[in-house]
Design a protein around this ligand. Sequence first.
Ligand code: HEC
Ligand code: HEC
Length: 341
Amino acid sequence: MKNLISMTILLLMTIQNSSALEKVNIQKLKNLYKRPSQYEIKNLLKLKDLQSEEVIELGKKLFFDPRLSGSKTMSCATCHQPMLHFSDGLPLAHGFKGVTLERKTPGLYNLLWAKKFMWDGRVDQLELQVKLPLYHPDEMHSLPEKTVMNLQAILEYEQEFKRAFPKSLPGELISEEHITLALAQFVKSLVAPVSAFDRWIAGDEKAISARAKNGFILFNTKARCAECHSGFRMTDDSLHDIGVVSYRENKSPDVGDGQYRFKTPGLRNIERLAPYFHNGSVPTLYDMIEFYNMGGKEKRPTLSEKMIPLGLSEDEKNDLVIFLKTLNSTLNMDFPRFRDP
Ligand code: HEC
Ligand code: HEC
C-alpha cells in the first residue's frame, strides 16, 4: 500500500513536471510561429522610387483581366481563384481550351518571403515566374508584344500605368517590364489573413480547442511536420522527396527537380487547398496524415531521411487534422496600405 502511494505520488510529480516542461516549450514553440508585423510587410513591399501602392493596385487589375491572354478569355484568376485562396480545387490545372496541365494550381499566399517558385522550385524570381503562364501555349498563350499591344489599346490602363510609374516616358509606360513588375507586386501583397491559430499564438487561449493545441504539439514533435513546415509560413523553402506517387498514366514519372524533390508548400488555409500535392493525389487532410504516418508512399533511394513511419494513434491523427483547420482564415483582398487615409 505504502509502495502504491509513493508510486502514485511519483507518477503525479512526473505528470506535473512534464506539463510544466511542456508549458515552457509551448511558449518557445509558439514564438516561432508569430506573424510578421504589418510594418515589416509594408517595408518589404516598398519599391524604391516607385508608387508602391499604385503598382500593387495595377497588378491586381492585371491579375483579373483576361485581356492579357492571347485569346482574351483567360486571366491569372481563372486558375488562381481568390475564393479558393488562389488555387482552383482541381487535382491538375485546366489550361487553354480545357487541356489538363501537368501539375496542380498552387495557392499564392505568403510568396513575399519565398526564395523558389513552382512545385519543383525551378524559378528563383517572382518577376520571371509571372511571365511563364502569360506566354505558355497551354496557359494564357500570349506573346510579349501582343500583351503590351492589347493593353495599350485600353484607355483606362494608360491612366493606371501613369499613376504607378509617373516618371516613365510615354513610349515606355505600358511595357512588359512594368506589367510583370505589377503582377509580381500584387502576388507579393497576398499575405495569409489572420486565422484562429494566429489569435492563439498572439495570446488568446480560447481561440483554438484543447485538441487543436495537442495537434500543434504533435506537429512539432512526434509527427515531425515542423522539420520541414516551420515558422509563420510553415515552409523551409527547400525541396524534398517525401515519397509522393510519381506514376502518371501514359507519361514518364514526374521527377520534380530530377531527384523527385518538390518544394515544401506553406500550410496556411490548407483545408481549402485540397486535393493536395503537386499532382493533387491526396484528397483530404486525414489522408494526408495517413500518408505521413506511413513515412511516404513511394520509397525511392532519394526519399528524405526525415520521412519515417510515425506510429500515430487514431486520436493523434485527428488532433493533427483539427490543428491544421485552425490555419483557415476568411478571404481578405485587402493589402497593406502605405499611406494613412
Ligand atoms: C491555366 C492555369 C493557370 C493560369 C492561367 C496561371 N497559373 Fe499560375 N500556376 C498554375 C500552375 C499549374 C502552377 C504550378 C506549375 C508548376 O509548378 O509547374 C502555377 C504556379 C504559379 C506561381 C508559383 C507559386 C509557387 O508557390 O511557387 C505563381 C506565383 C503564379 N502561378 C502566378 C500566376 C500569375 C501571376 C498568373 C497570370 C499572369 C498565373 N499564375 C496564371 C496555373 C495557372
Ligand atoms: C521532409 C520534409 C517534410 C515533412 C517532414 C513534412 N512535409 Fe508536408 N510537404 C513537404 C513537401 C516537399 C510537400 C510537397 C510535396 C509534393 O507536392 O509533391 C509537402 C506537402 C504537404 C501538404 C500539401 C500542401 C499542398 O498545398 O498541396 C500538406 C497538407 C502537408 N505537407 C502537411 C504535412 C504534415 C501535417 C506533416 C507532418 C505529419 C508534414 N507535412 C511533414 C515536406 C514535408
